[in-house]
Ligand binder design. Structure first.
Ligand code: DX5
Ligand code: ZN
Length: 221
C-alpha cells in the first residue's frame, strides 16, 4: 500500500492545525515531522513541545524524521511526546541497532534514513530490524529543493534487496517530490512518499488529492 506523508516543514505555522486537518481530510494518512538540530544539518526546526502539542489535537500517524546527532539520546523522548514512528540517520548514530531497540522499546516503529551520498549497502545490515528505510532524495536540511535523480537508483536497489529477502520493510523517499515526478518515484519502488512544498504550497486539499491519485494508480513496487 502506498502512503502519503505531508511534511509540515513547508506549512504555514500560523495555521498549522487547519492545514493538518485539511491534509488529513483529503486523504493523507501520515504526517511527516522534520526535527533538525543545527548540528547534523545546518537548520534548526522544532522539537518535542511542538510535537506534543499537535499530538493533543490529532490522531494522524506521526512519522517523525530526526535529523539530529546522537539520536539515541532522544529517541525514547520523541516517542513519549507522540511519535508513532521515529526515523533517525544512520550517519548520526554510533550504534544504529541499539537506537532501533530504544525506539521499539518506547513503543513506536523505527526507521533508518540515509543521505544521498550514503550507499544502500550501509543500511543493509539493519534491514531485518527496521520497519522503514528512508532514502533521502535531497541533502537533508531544507525543504523546497530539487530531487536528485540518481537517488532513485538507490530506491530500486533497496526494493530489490527487500524483495529478495522477503521483508516487509517500507521504503520512504523524502525531498523534492512533486505531482510531476511522484509516479517515477513510486515506480522505482518507494511506497511511503514525503512531500512538503508539493502539499503545503498552494491549495492543500487539492495538492493532497492530486498526489493521492498518483499513489492509488498502482505505479508502486
Ligand atoms: C528535508 C526534510 C524534508 C523536507 C521535504 O531535510 O527532511 O522532509 O521537508 O520538503 P520538500 O518536499 O519541499 O522537498
Ligand atoms: Zn524529512
Amino acid at each position: 500500500m502506498n502512503i502519503l506523508s505531508p511534511s509540515i516543514l513547508a506549512a504555514d505555522f500560523w495555521s498549522l492545525g487547519d492545514q493538518i486537518r485539511e491534509a488529513q481530510k483529503a486523504g493523507a494518512e501520515y504526517l511527516h515531522i522534520d526535527v533538525m538540530d543545527g548540528l547534523f544539518v545546518p537548520s534548526i526546526s522544532f522539537g518535542m513541545p511542538v510535537i506534543a502539542s499537535l499530538r493533543g489535537q490529532t490522531d494522524i500517524f506521526f512519522d517523525v524524521h530526526i535529523m539530529i546527532q546522537e539520536p539515541e539520546r532522544y529517541a525514547a523522548q520523541f516517542v513519549r511526546c507522540g511519535a508513532d514512528m521515529v526515523t533517525f540517520h544512520l550517519e548520526a548514530a554510533a550504534q544504529p541497532a541499539e537506537t532501533v531497540r530504544l525506539v521499539r522499546q518506547a513503543g513506536a516503529r523505527a526507521g533508518i534514513s540515509i543521505k544521498p551520498d550514503t550507499p544502500v549497502e550501509a543500511v543493509e545490515p539493519y534491514l531485518d530490524l527496521v520497519d522503514m528505510v528512508l532514502i533521502m532524495t535531497v541533502e537533508p536540511g531544507f525543504g523546497g529543493q530539487k530531487l536528485i535523480p540518481v537517488c532513485l537508483d538507490k530506491v530500486r536497489r533497496l526494493r530489490g534487496l527487500v524483495r529478495e529477502r522477503g521483508l516487509a520493510v517500507d521504503i520512504q523517499v523524502d525531498g523534492g517530490i512533486t505531482r510531476d515526478n511522484v509516479r517515477e518515484v513510486l515506480a522505482a519502488g518507494a511506497n511511503v512518499i514525503v512531500a512538503g512544498s508539493a502539499v503545503f504550497k498552494g491549495n492543500v486539499g487539492e495538492n493532497v488529492r492530486e498526489l493521492m491519485k498518483a499513489l492509488g494508480e498502482g505505479h508502486g513496487a
